[in-house]
Design a protein around this ligand. Structure first.
Ligand code: GTP
Ligand code: MG
Ligand code: ZN
Length: 343
């Protein structure tokens, strides 16, 4: 194999004109499987890197190995990185995957389908720098569930400007052949979504091999059983790369408030017409956003993510804390008083 077959390109070559690099294909308790031109290496991380956690390798990273030793000494600058706030830690970024060109946000068309969760994944994708594509899997169940596929695809596409939505079935292979066409040769994609949506099944079908374990969802609520437990990269037929990820239980964002605005350009566009420039769209007079009568869940989710990220920004920069506290208290009060929609 050549490094190009693992996704090596000018972006990385510019950082490392000479020398041997490899790509992290999987990680397991501080051990990293690294693909090099000479073969797979089971590598550890140098003491220097160990002390400098921002440089900790993630799956998908390009790394430099010590000469004649299976030790990672350097992580190359990332083209993109998929991050979330580390659960249970106040302010720590967790890089889930590096150097992803296309992010497949997978949702099941069964009871997993949740527009608010898709909106959240879309913010995460936009922040990452990868191109998001939403995959609505299990289309074979549409009839049984009484779903109008075209309608649900259109509704999903309306969640974010320009985002592509593909309905497919990993069970019948319907729509699967579209996926490879969404990438240029040697590009890398990753599959994210909740447990049980069929990420590993999609990977297996595209690979033509049952390489990843899969598991039936619970009958009552379509929830998965967290079958995949580690992130892993695969070379696909046709020369692209695909990463399988464990189902995400919770997605706490690691992004900026601006990033939320980029994902909700309808709300930002409407906000230009609000009477007050600093309108919170939460009961102020002359609010164009509220007047537009968007789906209430969408506005509430926008405000919720803005609030969450403003909180994160304040934690990172305590000087912001005082300024914004008042504003968000007002929003919270108003959002709470909005009737919640079921779904
Ligand atoms: N009906 C139907 N079932 C599917 C489809 N794709 C996957 N499944 C089933 O959904 C269940 C969960 O699939 P997995 O591939 O294990 O899901 P996953 O997203 O990898 O789950 P985690 O690894 O737990 O995150 C399995 O029983 C699959 O057979 C599909 O298109 N239609
Ligand atoms: Mg899986
Ligand atoms: Zn407003």
């Amino acid at each position: 194999m050549t490094l190009e077959q693992f996704g090596w390109n000018e972006f990385f070559a510019a950082q490392l004109p000479a020398g041997a690099a490899g790509r992290v294909a999987s990680a397991n308790h501080g051990r990293f499987l690294v693909w090099t031109a000479e073969g797979e290496v089971d590598a550890s991380v140098s003491g220097m890197l160990r002390q400098n956690s921002p440089l900790w390798p993630a799956v998908g990273d390009w790394v430099v190995l010590r000469k004649d030793a299976a030790v990672i000494v350097k992580v190359l600058e990332r083209k993109t990185k998929l991050s979330r706030k580390q659960p249970e830690r106040e302010v720590r970024e967790q890089v889930l995957a590096a150097n992803i060109d296309v992010l497949f946000i997978v949702s099941g068309l069964d009871r997993d389908y949740n527009e608010r969760r898709i909106e959240r994944f879309l913010v995460m994708a936009h922040e990452s720098g990868a191109r998001p594509v939403v995959l609505l899997n299990k289309s074979d169940l549409a009839n049984e569930l009484g779903l109008d596929l075209a309608d649900i695809v259109a509704r999903t596409a309306a969640l974010s400007p320009g985002v592509q939505v593909v309905s497919l079935s990993a069970l019948t292979d319907h729509g699967l052949d579209v996926l490879p066409t969404l990438l240029a040769p040697r590009e890398t994609a990753a599959l994210i979504g909740s447990s049980g949506v069929g990420k590993s099944t999609i990977l297996n079908r595209l690979l033509g091999d049952e390489r990843q374990r899969t598991n039936a969802v619970r009958a009552g609520d379509s929830r998965g059983r967290h079958t995949t437990t580690s992130r892993q990269l695969f070379v696909m037929p046709g020369g692209w790369l695909l990463m399988d990820l464990p189902g995400l239980r919770e997605v706490q964002l690691w992004a900026s408030t601006e990033q939320v605005q980029e994902s909700f350009d309808d709300i930002v566009g409407l906000a230009a017409g609000c009477r007050f420039r600093d309108c919170n769209h939460a009961g102020e007079p002359g609010c164009a956003v509220e007047a537009a009568r968007l789906e209430p869940g969408r506005l509430a989710n926008f405000l919720k993510m803005q609030k969450e990220l403003a909180h994160l920004e304040r934690k990172i920069d305590p000087r912001l804390a005082k300024e914004t506290r008042k504003k968000w208290n007002a929003i919270e009060k108003s959002v709470r008083s909005h009737p919640k929609r079921k779904g």
